[in-house]
Design a protein around this ligand. Structure first.
Ligand SMILES: C[S@@+](CC[C@H](N)C(=O)[O-])C[C@H]1O[C@@H](n2cnc3c(N)ncnc32)[C@H](O)[C@@H]1O
Length: 345
């Protein structure tokens, strides 16, 4: 009922998509034997959607470099769509094209036992791309487990140090498993895993990080429509569900306090709910300003909508931030993300 009111005529299509099989992307593990992983993925007729978007075409870096086989006839190449888009570098994620519902097989370990790719909702990479991690950055992933986005952050090769925090011991165990399956020891040594209540991060360190990802607990709408297990919409969890926007807001404020002046924070959820998305962002900005005297600027991410429209279906009506809507031809999301910059004063 709530989403019917929020999305009007779009809701039946979103609902049927949530009830249908989700689509995945294969995040390439740059710490594995990348060339053979990429060759295998391209053999499935998939495309690195990030590369394709930035270069205005849906063919691969290998083909652009003139790979195997005869040289293609010389055609004028299309101009890059948005050459100056600032996104975290080195992240490669392969997806089947819009309308293609083929599936990836599970990743296999390479000769040294490292897995070649990680299957995830490709829309989950958008908050990581938006964070725009650059070489030498100190990065905090405040709600990190089970670790899909942590893994993506590490693929950038840019983190001078990464702290991956989560409150849940069982989920931290899964985070450790992912780090072990995908990363060599040298890279793992650069990751500090901690188990704090993220709301109290101010007591650990403040004004410290160049980038902070705040990927909060939410109603996980896609999970909630099909699974009874761990479902926040059960009657017994009504109180917890109603408290969720407060918890989300507190976590986002903690992220804002943890970042350096001038640093950037990305807030994300996998919920469609305005209450958990725009309202949380707006109230966190208000609390940061009124209670802590910290100025926060909302960065415009509408270029993401233009750039990635061949892969995702975006909602054009968010007051702040961007939202990927599930759609039968591109069944990713929901994924909401909003980028905030802490001002210098
Ligand atoms: C959406 S999940 C994070 C998913 C993760 N970023 C990823 O990409 O795999 C939200 C996480 O927040 C954690 N969490 C909930 N309350 C928290 C709190 N107060 N402090 C820190 N983490 C919390 C949950 O345990 C859960 O793992």
């Amino acid at each position: 009922m709530n989403y019917g009111m929020q999305f009007g005529p779009l809701w039946p299509s979103i609902r049927v998509s949530l009830l249908s099989a989700p689509k995945y992307g294969a995040l390439v593990n740059n710490f594995s034997q990348v060339d053979s992983v990429v060759r295998d993925l391209e053999g499935l007729c998939t495309t690195d959607f990030i590369y394709a978007a930035q270069n205005g075409r849906r063919d691969s870096p290998a083909e652009q470099a003139g790979g195997e086989g005869p040289a293609p006839p010389s055609e004028p190449t299309e101009a890059p769509v948005v050459p100056s888009l600032s996104v975290s570098p080195n992240i490669k994620c392969y997806t089947f094209s819009k309308g293609d519902i083929s599936r990836f097989s599970p990743a296999r370990p390479d000769t040294v036992g490292i897995l070649g790719y990680y299957l995830m909702d490709a829309a989950s990479l958008l908050p990581v791309l938006a964070l725009n991690v650059q070489p030498g950055h100190l990065v905090l992933d405040l709600c990190a487990a089970p670790g899909g986005k942590t893994l993506a952050l590490l693929q950038t090769g840019c983190c001078r140090h990464l702290t991956a925090n989560d409150i849940s011991a069982s989920r931290i165990k899964r985070l450790h498993q992912i780090l072990h399956s995908y990363l060599p020891k040298t890279v793992r040594n650069n990751v500090l895993v901690s188990m704090w209540d993220g709301r109290d991060w101010e007591q650990v360190e403040k004004d410290t990080f160049d980038r902070v990802l705040v990927d909060v607990p939410c109603t996980t709408d896609r999970h909630s429509v099909v699974e009874d297990d761990n479902n926040l919409f059960t009657r017994a969890r009504t109180k917890e569900r109603k408290q969720l926007p407060v918890l989300q807001m507190q976590l986002l404020v903690a992220g804002i306090l943890a970042v350096k002046p001038g640093g950037e924070v990305v807030y994300s959820t996998c919920s469609l709910s305005q209450l958990q998305n725009e309202y949380v962002v707006e109230s966190a900005i208000n609390v940061a300003e009124t209670q802590f005297g910290i100025g926060v600027h909302v960065e415009d991410l509408s270029c993401f909508r233009r750039l990635f429209q061949d892969t995702f279906s975006f909602y054009a009506e968010c007051r702040v931030g961007e939202l990927v809507l599930p759609h039968l031809t591109a069944n990713f999301g929901p994924m909401y993300f909003c980028k905030l910059r802490r001002t210098q004063h």
